[in-house]
Design a protein around this ligand. Structure first.
Ligand code: UTP
Length: 230
């Protein structure tokens, strides 16, 4: 199979610190999966990006500038992961779509951060999934399921195991889409998933085994079902 793994930046943080132990466990898991499957990776900006964006917002920066700073932070997170993956990874996070395509031809695992303002790293992950003809895009995040509403804000929110892409799009349309607030998934990303019929999964980043389960189609997290792949 061809896989794209999207890591929420927050997966790698434990409070203020970078969770290097967890990153090492992920490297081990990825090394096992790549024996059988092709993998590419996208890393988000996480809480660090949100902190910078909040400060810039307070200081009066325009949305697009806040996005650019978010992109820089996600690229720094990508560089941390590249360091951990050593020779398995392409040595630098691509800066634009052309560089992504060049990097994908290297045979190494491409680890990308953000690319352009006005979207999230989920859009980057969806683009790479589309470009590589990926079978699955696995979104590794800080919640164990997609919920009927934000579980951090609403204790009544219910976990969803399977959802059709159109219902998923309705769910995420409720989010605002300002810099740093493409909460679960942004609409650009969802539209790429829909048009290419990519199977999208959400799993908790606490345990690297969750990716193995997702790859093996075992019951874990939420599956977003698009049309059957041709
Ligand atoms: P993300 O919102 O993608 O980070 O990027 P994340 O880590 O995935 O978020 P969590 O942890 O899963 O919740 C951080 C910010 O960088 C900008 C956006 O402002 C985004 O909110 N960004 C990122 C872009 O403008 N373009 C990109 O291609 C990527």
């Amino acid at each position: 199979m061809k896989l794209v793994l999207k890591f929420g930046g927050s997966v790698f943080f434990e409070g203020e610190n970078i969770n290097t132990k967890l990153i090492k466990r992920y490297v081990h898991t990825i090394d096992q999966i790549r024996q059988k499957h092709e993998i590419n990776i996208v890393v988000g900006g996480g809480n660090l990006a949100r902190k910078y964006i909040e400060a810039l917002d307070y200081l009066g920066a325009p949305e697009s500038f806040k996005d650019l700073v978010g992109i820089e932070i996600s690229r720094i997170n990508a560089q941390v992961f590249i360091t951990a993956l050593k020779d398995l990874a392409y040595p630098i996070p691509p800066k634009n779509f052309d560089e992504v395509i060049k990097a994908l031809n290297s045979g190494k695992i491409v680890v990308c951060g953000g690319l352009i303002p006005g979207q999230s790293t989920n859009a980057v992950a969806s683009f790479i999934a589309e470009e590589t003809g990926a079978d699955q895009l696995i979104n590794i995040t800080d919640v164990d399921y997609v919920y009927t509403s934000d579980p951090k804000l609403n204790p009544e929110a219910k976990p969803i195991e399977n959802i059709k892409i159109d219902d998923f799009i309705d769910l995420i349309m409720k989010n605002s889409g300002k810099a740093g607030t493409y909460n679960l998934f942004d609409i650009t990303a969802a539209q790429i998933i829909k048009r290419s019929g990519i199977l999208l999964k959400f799993v908790s980043g606490r345990d690297p085994e969750n990716i193995v389960k997702a790859v093996n189609n075992e019951k874990v997290g939420t599956a977003v079902i698009s049309k059957i792949k041709r």
